[in-house]
Ligand binder design. Structure first.
Ligand code: GLN
Length: 527
């Protein structure tokens, strides 16, 4: 089997060496916004072990102090690459440390906005082309006490006489502020000056170009006869990954959709139709609803529910996969996984000298038991890039923009025991809520919305009859990263309509409430 190319070998790549800053991934985001491909690796990366040559290197910020023992330092071979280098915050302090050691603790910390101006006579510095006086975001306690050997000052701020420095001869810059955060008004232009004008990176990172490269990469990796299996859920990631596999190797890719009995209303049928008739994916649907519901009988503990669903899924998946016999009598060799770049970043970001780096994947069990190799066609992409890719490959708009849906499905949105009757109630209520959200044109504005079924009964009155039925809690949140989230503010009239419809149309519900808790302290899901 020939070794597949890495994306970094195909696209001009800016290498971001991560020293552990909370902003490092934003550097990558910003560069990709103007179609320059960028990849992050930990600051401990040995340059000789790279299979591709970067077009330029950015040293990120970080929580450490360069002058302390045990702080991370860059592989000096980076300076032999002969490519432009930009140090940001810790990265700049690292450049100064290497070139004269003039870094120490500042008398005050500088955190927040600052005004920076480019020095007289330095207006032609290519890093600041078209920019002279601008607001930046600072976040540091250490500072340069001297100009490093061979460098000159390019820009200053009230508190930082060395807000930006450049090497006298080599294409090396250091900036004390963070151009990657949006609080730095002209930050994106500065990064663009570096990547496009200075490093001469081509702006060819588009999903259209990615499709071709990726299909080639999959074909090389899988070889002419290899076969791949993968689970699909109807979510955007697994659908896009499955579509890419289908484009690359056709029916040698086997998609499996397991109906666990806790999917949303009509979801299984809709996904089946879209993936097979619509997208031509070789899909098997396994109806295991009864098996799952049987195992969930009597279980009320959320963690137990999650475990049961996860383990049952693995059991079924293995069984189905073993039944798939490739035409040439070979074996299934690969397991498809829709890993995205944020997961990769999470696993490779530099977390300090003492911490071991967490290995990423949540399919460990499957890989070991079945002796499968992992194939992850989306591992270089952010979510919005996956969506762009989905639209380009003709995946229906509704699916591309579908809200995230948890693996254990509505089982964790039914508090208490999960039975077929409870699933029916939760499903129908959820369906009405989502339908109304879509009708009101709010679906895209909201990051996630659902109905949870609470295991309490409440008294009501309907048509002069006393009722004693359950409660539906509606949840809708807005978030960019799902780490923190705020509840969505609906118009009162909207909530009124939804509540009225749910109580009237869903048998078994007497009351509807709206969840007005943020994350933290609450989580998005109820269990
Ligand atoms: N720890 C260093 C300081 O306090 C660098 C901070 C940073 O990179 N944001 O100055």
């Amino acid at each position: 089997m020939s070794k597949p190319v890495e994306v970094g070998e195909v696209f001009n790549t800016i290498l971001v060496l991560d020293f552990g800053s909370q902003y490092s991934h934003l550097i990558i985001r910003r560069l990709r916004e103007f179609n320059v491909y960028a990849e992050m690796l930990p600051c401990t990366q040995k340059i000789s072990e790279l299979s591709w040559k970067p077009q330029g290197v950015i040293l990120s910020g970080g929580p450490y102090s360069v002058y302390l023992d045990g702080s991370p330092h860059v592989d000096m071979a980076v300076f032999d690459l002969g490519v432009p280098i930009l140090g940001i915050c810790y990265g700049m302090q690292e450049l100064a440390w290497i070139n004269g050691r003039g870094v120490g603790e500042g008398d005050k910390k500088e955190f927040g906005h600052a005004q920076v101006h480019v020095e007289k006579g330095r207006e032609n510095d290519p890093l600041f082309a078209g920019i002279d006086d601008f607001q930046v975001w600072m976040s540091h306690g250490d500072k340069l006490s001297d100009l490093p050997t061979g460098f000159h000052t390019v820009a200053t701020s009230g508190n930082s006489p060395y807000a930006a420095i450049a090497h006298d001869e080599k294409p090396i810059w250091g900036i004390q502020f963070h151009p990657e955060v949006t609080h730095t008004a002209r930050g994106k232009e500065i990064l663009k000056n570096f990547a496009v004008n200075i490093c001469k990176s081509s702006q060819n990172w588009t999903m259209k170009n990615f499709i071709e490269t990726e299909i080639e990469r999959i074909r090389t990796l899988v070889g002419p006869t290899g076969e791949v299996i993968g689970a699909v859920s109807g979510g955007v990631d697994s659908t896009v990954a499955a579509k890419l596999m289908t484009e690359a190797i056709g029916d040698r890719f086997h998609a499996i959709l397991v109906d666990n009995g806790v999917m949303r209303l009509n979801e299984c049928a809709t996904v089946k139709k879209t993936l097979t008739a619509g997208l031509g994916i070789n899909l098997q649907v396994i109806d295991a609803a009864d098996l799952f519901l049987g195992k969930l009988k009597g279980v009320t503990d959320p963690e137990k529910k999650r475990k049961i669903i996860g383990n049952t899924f693995i059991e079924i998946f293995e069984e189905v996969a073993e039944g798939i016999k490739p035409k040439d009598g070979g074996e299934i060799e690969f397991l498809l996984q829709g890993t995205l770049y944020p997961d990769v970043i999470e696993s490779i970001s530099f977390k300090g000298p003492s911490q071991t780096i967490k290995t990423h994947h949540n399919v460990g069990g499957l890989l070991d038991n079945m002796k499968l190799k992992l194939i992850e066609p989306l591992r270089e992409l952010f979510k919005d890039e996956v969506r762009q890719l989905g639209e380009l490959m003709g995946i229906p708009h509704d699916l591309v923009w579908r809200h995230p849906f948890p693996g254990p499905g509505i089982a964790i949105r039914i508090l208490g025991e999960v039975t077929a009757e409870q699933v029916e109630i939760a499903r129908n209520a959820d369906h009405i809520f989502i339908e109304e959200i879509k009708k009101a044109g709010l679906y895209k504005e909201i990051s996630q919305a659902f109905a949870a079924l609470l295991p309490v009964r409440s008294v009501g009155v309907m048509g002069d009859q006393r009722t004693y039925e359950q409660v539906i809690a509606l949840r809708a949140i807005e978030t960019t990263d799902f780490m923190t989230a705020d509840w969505y503010i609906f118009e009162a009239a909207f909530l009124k309509t939804v509540a009225r419809r749910i109580v009237n149309e869903v048998k078994g519900v007497a009351r509807v409430v709206y969840d007005i808790t943020s994350k933290p302290p609450a989580t998005v899901e109820w269990e």
